[in-house]
Design a binder for this molecule. Sequence first.
Ligand SMILES: Cc1cc2nc3c(=O)[nH]c(=O)nc-3n(C[C@H](O)[C@H](O)[C@H](O)COP(=O)(O)OP(=O)(O)OC[C@H]3O[C@@H](n4cnc5c(N)ncnc54)[C@H](O)[C@@H]3O)c2cc1C
Length: 547
Amino acid sequence: MSGLIEHTLRGTWTPSGGSAAPLSPRALRWLRQRIGLAETTTPAVPASLLEVPDSALPEAAREELAALLGEQHVLTDATARLGRAGGMSYTDLMRRRSAEELAVPDAVLLPGDPELVQAALEVCVRHDIAVVPFGGGTSVVGGVDALRGSKAAVVSLDLARLDRLVSLDPSSRIAVLQAGMRAVEAESLLAAQGFTLGHFPQSFERATIGGFAATRSAGQASSGYGRFEDMVTGVRLATPAGEWRLGVAPASAAGPDLRQLAVGSEGALGVITEVAVRVRPVPVHSRYEAFVVDGWQGGVDAVRALAQNRVLADVTRLSDVDETEVQFELAGAMKVKALQFLLRSKGIRQPCMLVLGWDAGSRAELARRREATLGVLRSTRAVRLGRAVGETWRSHRFSGPRQRDALLDRGVCVETLETATHWTGISELRSAVRNALVRSLRSGGKKPIVMCHISHAYETGASLYFTVLAPRSAQDPLGQWQQAKRAASDAIAGRGTISHHHAVGADHLPWLAEEIGGIGESVLAAAKQAVDPTGILNPGKLIRPAR
Ligand SMILES: Cc1cc2nc3c(=O)[nH]c(=O)nc-3n(C[C@H](O)[C@H](O)[C@H](O)COP(=O)(O)OP(=O)(O)OC[C@H]3O[C@@H](n4cnc5c(N)ncnc54)[C@H](O)[C@@H]3O)c2cc1C
């Protein structure tokens, strides 16, 4: 039940058990010079100062839910409700820092098993109450915002108590996990039996199995282990129309794959209560290394060659020049000047860092796979930085969000967004999004830092992941980012996907039709009508009501 406590700490990312990642004096100096930093800090506002409206949950509904789930599992106190008021985007965190008005659920429901989730939904249908499924609450697209749509009340249905490993079939290599299980716990329970999921998104420390399935998440090792939807072999959903189970075989020609309708349904088509996932043996050996290639296009060509020759390392991450510079500067551990000198002497003018990581069951397999990757990489004249830099990246791979807390404290607007497209258009898309962000966030003669990396590569294209650091507007911090995000989304529309792995939520909904067409939107609305005819499930996210 530690998950329940964590949700009250939502002004910052750093989990209660984890250490914060402060900015080194050197990093602070560099940032002050590049983008300017606030002299005063702006820490998170204590929960006691945040506005919490009275609960609008009708008493008759509360009583029925309490009789079903137990009094202690229907929470209407301000702390519990505030803890589920939104996700963990820059906008969410800033709202909590500036005591802005938050969309707070009227109650938090904590059912303890799939049958109770189903029964709770039925009560909510009878009382016409909106339901927002809540996993780790790490959505960065408004996915867990407590929007009530046309309903008088909205509850957050927190899956934290559905945290069991239901079964493990070592022969078929399938594990059935309850949806509220955190990734960290899933990995440790599976590891105890010799298996891993291999799903390591940057939100690994907080996010849940159900959340991954609901958002089509992608982890840092997606090149080797696949995206989360590639791992899902079956799902169990509670819907207002009844329980829905999908996935009886590894593959099927019985019409379209409806599992893929449930995966990515963002709580709008049902509450996922169990997920059957493909697991793999825990790797016995692994190796992470860093390389530097000259220039973004050189790096893109290298990653494309690895993907198309099917020799991608499990982790394949290419940073552009700006991200490489920030990694060198903020890491603090490297002798930046000496490194730049060394790279120049090897003909590298525009250093772009490429991190590669391989997992294997034996030394021989590791050597074979690494040699296959490096064989293709050799033709690109990449310079090897070595294992130490690669291993440093691996050991810090979940700490980026913690540094976000320190940056927020210092008055920095720090946020990420992502997209994906085919190789042909990838550099054009990067330039278009980059230019849109720089134009929108330039202020007082200082340019923002806009960084980009590829961390999910395919034979036909790749994702682009942008991170922005800009001086925060003192007058309108939320408006500043919303305008930049709009500019970036307009630049993406027609060129790439509006979301490669962060999902649609409320934030990307205005751009969805551009990607899936009016017919696509009607298909989604029809599916919703079939499973959720009164529209209680996650209103305002992913699916517009049928017109
Ligand atoms: C710092 C940071 C780093 C991130 N890095 C990554 C990354 O590397 N890769 C990546 O893919 N994502 C990343 N994300 C986004 C986010 O972590 C993912 O979308 C994740 O899958 C959400 O999981 P969650 O359990 O926190 O879900 P939540 O945030 O609780 O919910 C996300 C959406 O899914 C719905 N939902 C949750 N659980 C269920 C359920 N059981 N049934 C039905 N609907 C449900 C919610 O209603 C909501 O719409 C990052 C987010 C942050 C803040």
